[in-house]
Write a protein that binds this ligand. Structure first.
Ligand SMILES: [Mn+2]
Length: 395
């Protein structure tokens, strides 16, 4: 057991810890505080065993998250290319500012990487009306996928902070690339179904399409648009991004807090019998019970991704998101539900998305999001030492 006391065979000897660090700081004293030759020998032996266990520990790649925070990697995706309202690309920065306001060194504590974003894409006219700026969105998704795959491949747990929700097609693709085999379960905590395609979208905004990308869904039966060749081509490429198509199956998808969707999405949800956990269920049965049911619904999955769109929370709590909807869950319910779900050792990635500080008052949404982020990481680092390491046993 890494970091556990390694007891020496001598009754005169205190505990030597099985890490090189404790070895370095070990003082060679007996129980009564006097230097003692025998004692020194045991200490040295303890150190050697310490190194031995430390080596094994590293071979097993069980990173000790408790001491370093090393096991978590924050991936920031400052893109709003897929949104219809401007400002979501500032979401990750707003969450960092919330951390500063709370006096937290959170963003120093964990390794952070930023996915490069081509901001010029927003200044160009959207030439593809049924999947606006699909080339730009697709590029962001490719980069996110690469980063998520790299993280998981390095046995790190990716926490993605993204601008608009379209890039989560890339997050799922990255998880799929990291685990080409095995069932991936998706917990989509969102007011919206995000299940449109270029064939059915009423707005052309791609943050309403990431799940269709992951599910390989066109919904041509209910087609209302006739996308051009460029859109079709790019759309096909996006659906292939995971290397396996579809990246996810309907039976391994659940919605939480869903309450605003179009007829075309409703059709797919009913047709494919997707489990929807409503705000009412959470109000009536509590987050513990609903959390258990959510996990039970995707029990056969080997890998779980949790996508938390902040618009799943009620519009009365905060205005700081592009498409607020009444009838959502409270920030407390969101936090306790996510914490419950994150206790499952199969969770491979967590994402927070759609914080838009330009629509907000006093950065409230980002503060709510940061509090949830902090609770999640605290739980991972402090309480879930063993299961969290298990969660990182990739492959
Ligand atoms: Mn969404």
């Amino acid at each position: 057991m890494p970091g556990a006391p390694l007891r020496s065979s001598s009754a005169h000897c205190r505990v030597a810890y099985a890490t090189p660090k404790s070895c370095k700081h070990q003082k060679f004293t007996s129980v009564d505080g006097e230097p003692n030759i025998d004692n020194q020998m045991y200490r040295l032996l303890g150190c050697i065993y310490g190194w031995h266990f430390y080596g094994q520990y590293q071979d097993n790649a069980n990173v000790n998250r408790k001491t370093t925070g090393f096991g978590i990697n924050i991936i920031e995706v400052k893109s709003e290319i897929g949104a219809g309202t401007r400002g979501a690309s500032l979401g990750p920065d707003a969450i960092e500012i919330a951390a500063l306001d709370f006096g937290s060194n959170f963003f120093k504590q964990f390794t952070k990487v930023e996915v490069p974003i081509d901001k010029d894409a927003l200044f160009e006219p959207a030439r593809t009306p049924f999947a606006r700026r699909i080339r730009g969105v697709s590029q962001v998704c490719e980069r996110v996928a690469t980063e998520v795959k790299r993280c998981i491949g390095s046995e790190l747990f990716p926490i993605v902070l993204s601008g608009d929700h379209s890039s989560s097609a890339g997050t799922i693709a990255g998880i799929r690339q990291a685990y080409p085999k095995g069932r991936i379960g998706v917990i989509w905590i969102d007011a919206h179904a995000d299940l449109h395609s270029p064939y059915t979208t009423p707005s052309g905004n791609m943050h309403g399409m990431p799940l269709s990308v992951a599910l390989g869904e066109d919904n041509e039966i209910l087609k209302i648009n006739n996308p051009d060749d460029q859109t079709r081509e790019q759309w096909e490429a996006m659906k292939n991004l995971g290397g396996v198509r579809p990246m996810v199956h309907y039976k391994n998808l659940v919605y939480v807090g869903l309450r605003d969707f179009e007829r075309e999405e409703d059709y797919l949800i009913k047709q494919n019998k997707v489990r929807v956990f409503t705000t009412d269920e959470i109000n009536n049965f509590g987050t513990e019970k609903v959390g258990r049911e959510i996990l039970a619904a995707i029990e056969p999955c080997e890998h779980i991704y949790i996508s938390f769109d902040v618009d799943s929370m009620d519009s009365s709590i905060s205005k700081g998101t592009g498409t607020p909807v009444p009838g959502g869950i409270t920030e407390k319910q969101a936090a306790s539900l996510i914490l419950r779900l994150m206790q499952n050792e199969k969770v491979r990635c967590f994402e927070i998305t759609e914080v838009n500080p330009t629509l907000d008052k006093e950065n409230l949404m980002a503060e709510n999001a940061f509090e949830i982020l902090q609770k999640v990481t605290n739980q991972m680092v402090n309480e879930l030492d063993v299961p969290a390491s298990t969660a990182m046993q990739a492959y």
